[in-house]
Design a protein around this ligand. Structure first.
Ligand SMILES: *[C@@H]1O[C@H](CO)[C@@H](O)[C@H](O)[C@H]1NC(C)=O
Ligand SMILES: *[C@@H]1O[C@H](CO)[C@@H](O)[C@H](O)[C@H]1NC(C)=O
Ligand SMILES: *[C@@H]1O[C@H](CO)[C@@H](O)[C@H](O)[C@H]1NC(C)=O
Length: 421
């Protein structure tokens, strides 16, 4: 025992006297500090962040430039200042395919839609075609409050029937009562549209009809960009902008497709409960109505990019490398209005990505927010054996996919449940 103690003391003394702090070169000097004062406190030589760059993937390279631009710690000494050639080519319109070739070697081998995406990926502003006033405040005197829930539904010009079915059922604007007889909530619905895509075959010009629809219902937001799958991310960016300008007080946002069915009453119950729980934990009693970083949906973890050419979600390795961050399936997702404002801000630092729900995940990742998974979001539909059961929908908040006709049937069915489930 004494022997052990002796060895311990010897070793301690030896370590103490033999230690001398390593001499570190001075890389960074805080403003105002003087270098004549001798070496500064020790600091790590390597970077804390992973600085590895996937040179061969365009998105990764472009994001790398922005990350360095916005974060002086990441920037280090090497790329300080100056705008790279790649950045210049992407942010200005690279006129010829030759120019694109110069920084994406197999540009010509990419699919038509990938090329279209890359050519337009620097653009984030598109003017409105249709921007109705008073969507948020409503026209009735009883509905002048800011909404509890804004339903922003991705639609396309031709989908008149889907929109009308949604207005008649789960997307009805106005005061909506929770299913459990809980609180009521003011709901507003808007549809997010681009311009008809002329490349998917000739179709009749429906612009006039859409204008009529907009005059009648005042719930159409349409922007001047081509309504393609790879342009869906623009609907998020432009909607967040609209929300900030026209409806900043909205407490929650639902964003989803026009071929889903939502149990709006049950969703309101769920959101009321979230608010109560958030209020319980809050110390700042002044702000009882806002819930900060909240997002819920059908969360997909550890997804890898689809590498099957000729599929809808195909992303070539020359465009993006790495796993996708956790994200909520784009069929329908709910988040707080406060988070929408933060997403709008952080999106200025995240390069556009052709798949909208993955892009949302990328923005969340940068904010350090994890989406909450809720089993009631059936973005891949109910199991087939369950669908016909009378109580099948009692646990559903959202289900994909339902035709306009099915929406009406389901809605009717849910108004008078046959027996308690
Ligand atoms: C940083 O850049 C300056 C100027 O280019 C150079 O003189 C200096 O040696 C660089 N420092 C490091 C640590 O690379
Ligand atoms: C997105 O819309 C813009 C503007 O209409 C268009 O130039 C671009 O090609 C579209 N992108 C895709 C991938 O379709
Ligand atoms: C809460 O409101 C009161 C009165 O309006 C104000 O004096 C106080 O600073 C507020 N507290 C916080 C934490 O914002």
């Amino acid at each position: 025992m004494m022997g052990h103690l002796l060895v311990y003391i010897m070793v301690s003394i030896f370590v103490t006297i033999s230690y001398s702090p390593p001499q570190l070169p001075v890389y960074f000097v805080a403003p105002g500090a003087s270098t004549t004062l001798g070496p500064l406190a020790s600091h790590p030589l390597g970077s804390f962040w992973n600085l590895q760059l996937e040179e061969s993937a365009l998105w990764n390279r472009l994001q790398h430039i922005w990350d360095r631009h916005h974060n002086p710690i990441l920037r280090g000494n090497s790329t300080a200042g100056g705008i790279t050639r790649l950045e210049r080519d992407v942010s200005s319109e690279c006129g010829t395919d030759q120019c694109w070739l110069s920084f994406h070697p197999n540009f010509n081998a990419l699919s038509e839609k990938m090329r279209a995406f890359i050519k337009a990926m620097h653009r984030r502003e598109y003017p409105f075609y249709i921007n109705p006033p008073r969507v948020c405040v409503g026209n009735k005197d009883t509905e002048t409050e800011t909404p509890m829930l804004i339903m922003a539904i991705k639609s396309q010009v031709g989908n008149f029937e889907n929109r009308q079915a949604i207005r008649d059922t789960w997307g009805r604007s106005g005061w909506v009562r929770g299913e459990q007889g809980g609180g009521v909530g003011l709901v507003r619905t808007v549809f997010l549209l681009g311009r008809q895509d002329p490349t998917i075959g000739p179709h009749p010009d429906l612009g006039g009809l859409l204008m009529l629809e907009s005059q009648k219902h005042g719930d159409i937001l349409q922007w001047n960009f081509k309504d393609t799958f790879f342009n869906l991310t623009m609907k998020d960016l432009l909607f967040w902008q609209w929300l900030q300008n026209h409806c900043p007080g909205a407490q929650f946002v639902f964003k989803g497709d026009d071929d889903v069915f939502v149990r709006t009453g049950a969703l309101l119950d769920y959101l009321h409960k979230q608010k109560e729980e958030a209020a319980m934990w809050r110390t700042d009693r002044n702000n009882t109505d806002q819930i900060e970083d909240f997002i819920v949906g059908d969360v997909i973890l550890n997804a890898m990019p689809n590498r099957q050419p000729n599929t809808k979600y195909y992303i070539p390795e020359s465009f993006y490398k790495g796993a996708y961050p956790p994200y909520a399936g784009g069929g329908g997702v709910v988040y707080s209005g406060a988070l929408a404002m933060r997403l709008r801000q952080v999106s200025e630092r995240v390069r556009l990505f052709p798949i909208d729900d993955v892009y949302l995940g990328m923005c969340l990742h940068r904010l350090g927010i994890a989406p909450i998974h809720h089993p009631g979001f059936y973005t891949f539909d109910l199991p087939e054996t369950e669908r016909e059961k009378s109580c099948a929908y009692s646990s559903v908040l959202l289900v994909h996919k339902r035709s306009p006709k099915e929406m009406l049937q389901l809605w009717k069915q849910l108004q008078d449940p046959p027996s308690p489930c």
